[in-house]
Design a protein around this ligand. Structure first.
Ligand SMILES: NC(=O)c1ccc[n+]([C@@H]2O[C@H](COP(=O)([O-])OP(=O)(O)OC[C@H]3O[C@@H](n4cnc5c(N)ncnc54)[C@H](OP(=O)(O)O)[C@@H]3O)[C@@H](O)[C@H]2O)c1
Length: 272
């Protein structure tokens, strides 16, 4: 079992209320998924912290076994002119932790990017944050990191079989940067749900379509950040560590790429 290669997201498409979220997080933890993704804009830092504290006490899980990732939103970069440490303190308070496993810039807003990244590097060196990174980057952003003395530990990008992000992934694998895929199932878009390729590969391995897609991420070196409002589905998606895709099947799934983008960057990150 290598369930630390799956991250449960509490943002888009996730339950946000205490009861709904606790049910799915319980299902995740019972399946040994111990990594979680949040952000201030999701409004789930506090409820996630509370639920993890309760489940850790109940199931005797130590803090070191958990991986808790949050983000700095664009408005926070702008409001503080990149001096974001006060927001990290308030995130730690909300999450009920004394360090954050991973902190990501949510959107690489050009005006505040450099100062924010400098703050991130300081926080990492001080130990308040264990890993630092950036979401929503393309190859051109990654190349710009050559000018800094610290490259990201992690990037998080929209990625699924309809959007394979080959250039970014090759760059990251070459430079030792971990890649996380958000919207890894593309919300089970009908082009995936109806794909003959995915159906055949899934049948061959005795797995569901969703399990096959999540396994494709892992077998291409990427960590998926998925979500569901259904405890049963969370358990199903944890069951992907007893098989591996063949190189041929990986190529077939990757051939579904059409560079499809669900989230409009220009709306969320003006100037990107
Ligand atoms: N950094 C960023 O800018 C950014 C942006 C977006 C998302 N994220 C992160 O990524 C996480 C996941 O994002 P996402 O929700 O867009 O992606 P996703 O995990 O690809 O999609 C989840 C959605 O797909 C549905 N689904 C899953 N399996 C299904 C199946 N077999 N049949 C039908 N529907 C199915 C789920 O419905 P059910 O609830 O019914 O299971 C849910 O509505 C977020 O929670 C967040 O943590 C980050």
């Amino acid at each position: 079992m290598d369930t630390n290669r799956l991250i449960f997201g509490t943002g888009v498409s996730s339950s946000k209320d205490y009861d709904g979220l606790k049910q799915v997080i319980r299902a995740a933890v019972e399946s040994r998924i111990l990594a979680f993704d949040t952000a201030p804009s999701y409004g789930t830092e506090e409820v996630l912290g509370r639920i993890l504290k309760e489940l850790s006490d109940e199931m005797v899980i130590d803090r070191e076994s958990l991986f808790i990732q949050t983000k700095i939103d664009a408005w926070q970069m702008q409001e503080s002119d990149g001096n974001i440490s006060k927001y990290v303190e308030s995130a730690m308070k909300k999450l009920g932790v004394d360090y954050i496993d991973s902190l990501l810039i949510h959107w690489p807003v050009p005006e505040y990017f450099n100062t924010t990244w400098e703050s991130f590097v300081k926080l990492r060196r001080a130990g308040a944050v264990r890993k630092i990174g950036v979401c929503n980057v393309r190859l051109r952003h990654l190349k710009q990191f050559a000018a800094f003395d610290y490259v990201p530990d992690i990037i998080q990008i929209e990625r699924n079989p309809l959007r394979t992000c080959g250039k970014e992934i090759d760059f990251c694998l070459e430079h030792g940067i971990e890649v996380q895929a958000y919207s890894p199932l593309c919300k089970m878009d009908e082009r995936l749900r109806d794909s003959g390729i995915l159906k055949k590969v899934s049948q061959k391995n005795g797995k569901s379509l969703g399990q096959t897609v999540l396994r494709w991420h892992i077998d291409t070196g990427v960590t998926p950040v998925f979500t569901s409002t259904k405890p049963q589905r969370v358990g199903e998606y944890a069951g992907i560590f007893d098989f591996k895709l063949s190189d041929e099947d990986i190529c077939k799934i990757s051939s579904l790429n059409i560079d499809y983008k669900m989230y409009l960057e220009s709306m969320l990150c003006p100037g990107l």
